[in-house]
Ligand binder design. Structure first.
Ligand SMILES: Nc1ncnc2c1ncn2[C@@H]1O[C@H](COP(=O)(O)OP(=O)(O)OP(=O)(O)O)[C@@H](O)[C@H]1O
Ligand SMILES: [Mg+2]
Length: 319
């Protein structure tokens, strides 16, 4: 017995010379919403494909719902709902007809289930329209409904917020939180960090095919906090000396000529830092505490904010 809904050990997958996954170890407890985070190309979709048997690993093992998952086990996926990239539907059938076809070919489903799900994802009014006329977000909603048909214990969702409007994102978040509250496990990849922050209990952050951090979101944010200070360049040494009473030298990073000091310290301690500096007669011209997910993500993955998605502007300014 295990209390893990999903686990991988040393999962590896290459495409030609490129290692997409390079020994990935994941441990996802039952009943959590687990945010699977990583920059573009980190290996999230590759992981999802392996977990659903769409492709096979070169090395490593997978356990789904407490049992090993291997080649030829795709029938077991009735217990697992998956939404990976754009789901394929029959374009000339309606949403309702598509769900009925899926219900007829998949695990046994209650007759009322299709209508319940259409309602749940907010498609009831358009359920009779052909899917070919659906918007991206409507198709995504239908995809989420399809993953829920067999009432799976474990949901694997690859970037489910893709194409959803703000109302759709809120609705999806409510749905997923509700499912987790009933004991189901939700494994959801995303690079919309604000979304993960509101949705997930736990996060796993991957970069270049490896797990770089995993844990309860609250714990990670607490332990991985950063406080950035700006002082006059000639005050840096005095500031570092003053701060030496609360941080070890290894937790202090200094760009002396720019007067920038970065402390690895929980954001809650920003006012303490401020007071300590003031007591030493040093008045910081800037002080910001970044214990948010963006900062953590950027630190761990070495990503840049090139496309704005990882823009660390969300860092809470303290002073
Ligand atoms: N079919 C494929 N053939 C060759 N290389 C691939 C293939 N699929 C993925 N890769 C490579 O594997 C790596 C991981 O890709 P993957 O799609 O898993 O990333 P991702 O984390 O899902 O990224 P994104 O956030 O952009 O969706 C990338 O370097 C990608 O180029
Ligand atoms: Mg992807």
């Amino acid at each position: 017995m295990t209390d893990l809904a999903l686990a991988t050990h040393g999962l590896a997958k290459r495409y030609g010379a490129r290692a997409a996954l390079d020994g990935l170890d994941l441990a996802v407890p039952t009943g959590v919403v687990y945010g699977f985070l990583g920059p573009n190309g980190a290996g999230k979709t590759t992981t999802m494909r392996l977990l659903t048997g769409l492709i096979h690993q070169d090395a490593g093992t997978i356990e789904l719902l407490g049992r090993p998952f291997g080649r030829g086990d795709r029938r077991r996926l009735f217990d697992v709902g998956a939404l990976i990239e754009s789901p394929a539907f029959y374009p000339f059938l309606s949403a309702r007809e598509n769900l009925r076809v899926l219900a007829a070919t998949g695990a046994p489903t209650r007759r009322t289930r299709v209508e319940e799900l259409l309602e749940l994802v907010g498609l009831s009014e358009r359920a009779g329209d052909k899917v070919s006329g659906y918007s991206l977000g409507m198709k995504q909603r239908l995809g989420i409904a399809a993953t829920l048909l067999s009432d799976p214990q474990l949901l694997l969702l690859d970037e489910p917020a893709n194409g959803l409007d703000p109302a759709g994102i809120v609705a999806m978040r409510d749905t997923l939180r509700h499912l987790a509250a009933t004991g189901k496990t939700i494994f959801v990849s995303s690079h919309i960090l604000g979304e993960v922050r509101q949705l997930a209990d736990m996060v796993g952050i991957i970069a270049a095919g490896r797990l770089v951090r995993e844990g309860r979101l609250a714990d990670l944010l607490e332990s991985e906090g950063v406080i950035r200070i700006r002082v006059a360049p000639d005050e840096v040494a005095a500031a570092v000396a003053a701060l030496g009473t609360i941080v070890a030298p290894a937790q202090v990073d200094v760009v002396g000529e720019a007067g920038r000091i970065t402390l690895q310290l929980s954001a809650e301690r920003a006012s303490e830092v401020n007071r300590l500096l003031a007591t030493a007669g040093i008045f910081a011209s800037g002080l910001e505490a970044g214990s948010d997910l963006e900062t953590l993500f950027l630190q761990l993955t070495g990503s840049t904010a090139a496309d704005g998605t990882f823009n660390p502007a969300g860092v809470g300014r303290v002073a």
